[in-house]
Ligand binder design. Structure first.
Ligand code: B16
Ligand code: MG
Length: 213
């Protein structure tokens, strides 16, 4: 029985994945890397900022110390935060907004489960700052996806068992995290082609079909 729904943020609620890509691309160019692609960017979905940096650094033979890596990740985050400034409610689609409102109306508990440390800023920007019953994000976890910690914390905040929660994810790492935490994984976007997603959906509003089945 489904009682709660945990949503990934980047690439599910809103398209910040494009802004992440733009910021990583800027860092790559600064490091002289000209072959950082959308394909590489797909592997950055769902994983932490420092793990995402490693995907960029695979493209260079230069070696960086732990401190230098932190500085590079900070540099990317400053560019990303500048890009976030332009976000507003137009970054929340009508479909996502209406589906979320309908799910809330039907009595489901709703949470965010995101690896991002910028989650609250983004939710405020798109007008969902006070919408969710719980927010579990990059600030309250020690292990990032595919570890299930972020979703387990979200379920705890909702006071629900993982087996009673859907996890909506666009990243393969997020589907793996949901499965290993015993959640019902739902793949959307790139993850809708991932074999390990227990349910695959084409469009955000399809969540209503799952809960009403
Ligand atoms: P930040 P999600 C993830 O968010 C992104 O998909 C991933 O690309 C990013 O590296 C990670 O957040 C950390 O984000 O740098 O903002 O802390 O998909 O789990 O909502
Ligand atoms: Mg995502």
């Amino acid at each position: 029985m489904i009682k709660g729904i945990i949503f990934d943020l980047d690439g599910v609620i809103t398209s910040t994945d494009e802004l992440h890509y733009e910021a990583w691309q800027a860092l790559a160019l600064k490091l002289g890397i000209t072959n950082f692609t959308k394909e590489d960017n797909l592997r950055q979905r769902g994983v932490s900022r420092l793990e995402s940096l490693e995907v960029v650094l695979e493209k260079t033979t230069n070696k960086y110390s732990a401190e230098e890596k932190i500085a590079l990740a900070d540099y990317k985050n400053e560019i990303y935060k500048k890009l976030l400034e332009k976000m507003d409610s137009s970054y929340l689609s009508k479909e996502v907004k209406e589906t979320l409102e309908e799910l809330k109306k039907q009595g489901y508990k709703l949470a965010i489960g995101s690896s991002s440390k910028n989650t609250k800023t983004i939710l405020n920007k798109i007008g969902l700052g006070n919408f969710f019953d719980a927010i579990s994000d990059g600030n309250n976890i020690t292990k990032s996806k595919p570890d299930p910690e972020v979703f387990i914390k979200a379920a705890e905040m909702l006071n629900l068992n993982p087996s009673n929660c859907l996890v909506i994810e666009d990243a393969n790492s997020g589907i793996d995290a949901a499965n290993s935490g015993n959640f019902i994984s739902v793949g959307i976007g790139p993850a809708s082609n991932y074999l390990k997603a227990k349910i695959k959906i084409k469009s955000f509003k399809d969540i209503l079909n799952i809960v009403n089945e």
